[in-house]
Design a protein around this ligand. Sequence first.
Ligand code: SF4
Ligand code: SF4
Length: 322
Amino acid sequence: MQTADPNANKARHDPLEKVPVAQEPEMTEGVITHIQRFSVHDGPGIRTTVFLKGCQMRCAWCHNPETLRRAAELQVFAELCIGCGACVERCRRQAHEVVDDSRVFHRDRCVGCGRCAQTCYAKALVLVGETRTADEVAQELFVDREFYESSGGGVTISGGEPLMQPEFTRAILALCKRNGIHTALETNFAREWSFIEPLLTLVDLFCVDIKLLDDVEHKKWTGISNRQTLDNLRRLDTARKPVIVRTPVIAGLNDRPEQIHAIVDWLGSLFNVIRYELLPYHPLGAGKYLALGHNQPPQWFKAPAPHIFEQLTQIASLQRKP
Ligand code: SF4
Ligand code: SF4
């Protein structure tokens, strides 16, 4: 008598195999900066995170300035330039010019086509931002499905702000859900609820930033109000969708105990918060600001002192667990 193999009917998944994701390819297009595999900080388990380009906030301390603008753009690392002049030849818009033996870049003429970056051997020119279809992104995400299944992980859509490309975000999430993959959305939540509601059935875990509870300070440091974010968090609570709330902590800006206490108290009225996390600031983006033609953030932005961060972490842990 033959013994039935309990695994006989289980789908065997070759991670290198192209996974069929839908009857028709999902052709909705969007702009991403990159896709990061084996991420362990963007939700549970091993994850792949897609970083979308474009954000409506202008946090003064942002360390990912390459995600601020929606369109593809050129990073220019002038210190790496060897003066070969190849970019001047290659650009059809005369965005690169040689003036008095020096290469000059006119950002206002650049349309982000990337032709010059392809020809720059010195890597002084790097295009950031790539237009992809949701289907193309999904094919790349599904390569690591085995790891998601074995670790309890999945896919995270991040940015920038993914809600600035709502259709593209929805399309990627829908493909993931259709293929049984856990999904998380990292967002500042500062968009109308009508952009979020269609995602409720497609997102397993929301990760939402509250940067400051005081709205005057919030406007001062991010450029916009936090009212929409807080209103959406209440609606998400009513919808009973789980959420991890996060605060990036910057010394001298939002590292006073009363500021974290205020957020903890506000979250106390919600039932869906599974965790409140503090993230110490990392001043990583200064060089990127110059390469993208932005003003640099003030030098005084620093991570909080370790003993202060420890104190704040204890306050944050007062958040009631459901
Ligand atoms: S192609 Fe690169 S190395 Fe050559 S001049 Fe242009 S920026 Fe400089
Ligand atoms: S990205 Fe395109 S438009 Fe911009 S400078 Fe390079 S070649 Fe010119």
